[in-house]
Design a protein around this ligand. Structure first.
Ligand code: SAH
Length: 376
């Protein structure tokens, strides 16, 4: 088993080098190299040659390959499909906002949450990403695009709280002063609402923004859209959100994708307003991105729904679409790549890795739409 040094924090790396009989400053040197995107130990010229060779034999450095890169020429959004060491593919999106460059990263290969409107979950979950593979998305997006990243959102493929330990470790890594040094207040984590994990996260008292994908104020609709709701329910979820705010002092942001005739009625806006009254929470209304395989359609009442919320004292903004001409929403690039390779039938157990090898390559300059990103 090769050691994945990039997934280690500085303390662990120090212990690793100590055990090798190396001085403590080696850990810092290697940590810095890895967090600058070094692709091999040979690049680490301030290490002795014998040490580099020793590391090469026992450690792995993950380097994702650009499988596809789609650039929106109008707003500069770049969507990456990366191929990982085991041939799995994941997506990362670089968005240019006035407050800085934001990357939206994936936390798992696929997803097992089964939300009805989401393309990422259609083939199920293949595996969790390692902390290094999450960090790589930030590092190599920066290196490839030349854009310095100041914000991170965990809103790509996967459910971050379903990969809790690795995500927490990743947060520690990007936050490290010896690494990218991205402050927690510049990080958003989006969850479908795993209540126990929200409580667990609260205990870490991180200053990140927690976004909860609510999408419906009533159990009937929410359970229909999001299987995770069938065991928990809206009330218990909102209770957890309240506790989260009490423990961390950080207000929750709610995501709400408006779907025609499903969750866009006036009574649902009113119920949502009642739920959130006095919490100071913000609602992020997302015009639904149509997913090819889904019968769900975007709502035609976005402005009315927003007005109804704001009329009741709830702050609600409509998420700006980046990427111009609409082509693919969250998780769709990976899915289309899989389909091109292996036909439309996608089964999680039959090695998505193989099906993920596209025969056709996207050309640069392709436009697309993304459902990811944060407006604030
Ligand atoms: N698993 C996490 C994060 C990934 S999805 C979560 O559920 O929050 C990021 C956001 O995009 C979520 O709010 C998700 O519900 C939303 N989303 C997924 N598919 C969408 C679609 N087709 N249109 C609009 N929003 C979508």
């Amino acid at each position: 088993m090769m050691t994945d040094l990039k997934s280690m924090n500085l303390t662990e790396m120090s212990a690793f080098f100590h055990a090798m009989g190396e001085p403590a400053f080696r850990a810092k040197q290697v940590f810095q190299w890895l967090h600058r995107g070094a692709r091999s130990f040979q690049e680490m010229t301030n290490l002795s040659k014998p040490l580099r060779e020793k590391l090469e034999q026992s450690c792995v450095i993950t380097v994702p390959a650009v499988e596809r890169r789609q650039v929106d020429t109008k707003d500069g959004t770049v969507k990456y499909l990366w191929r990982l060491g085991d041939e799995s593919c994941i997506e990362t999106v670089l968005m240019r906002y006035h407050h800085g460059n934001t990357v939206c990263i994936s936390s798992q290969v696929g997803c097992r949450m089964g939300c009805a409107f989401c393309a990422s979950t259609l083939g199920g979950k293949v595996r969790d990403l390692t902390p290094a593979e999450m960090l790589d998305q930030v590092l190599f997006t920066q290196l490839d695009s030349g854009a310095a990243v100041s914000n991170i959102v965990l809103m790509g493929i996967g459910e971050p709280l379903d990969n809790f330990d690795a995500v927490l470790r990743f947060l520690g890594l990007v936050n490290d002063p010896q690494g990218l040094k991205i402050g927690m207040r510049h990080i958003s984590l989006s969850t479908c609402g795993l209540v126990e994990k929200i409580d667990k996260l609260a205990q870490h008292r991180l200053q990140l923004t927690l976004s909860v994908s609510l999408h419906a104020p009533d159990d009937e609709t929410r359970s229909r859209l999001m299987p995770v709701n069938r065991t928990v329910g809206v009330e218990r979820l909102l209770d957890a959100c309240r506790r989260y705010f009490e423990d961390t002092g950080r207000r929750i942001s709610y995501e709400y994708a408006l779907i025609d005739g499903v969750n866009d009625a006036d009574w649902q806006a009113d119920m949502l307003a009642r739920h959130l009254k006095g919490t100071g929470s913000h609602v992020n209304l997302i015009p639904l991105n149509h997913v090819q395989e889904s019968p769900l359609k975007p709502s035609r009442r976005v402005a009315e729904f927003q007005k109804r919320l704001t009329g009741q004292g709830i702050t609600a903004t409509v998420r700006r679409k980046l990427g111009g001409e609409i082509d693919a929403s969250c998780g769709q690039l990976r899915r289309r790549a899989m389909e091109t390779a292996g036909g439309a039938a996608v089964r999680a157990e039959t090695g998505l890795m193989d099906m993920c090898r596209p025969k056709r390559r996207g050309k640069e300059g392709d436009s697309y739409d993304t459902c990811v990103g944060s407006d604030r």
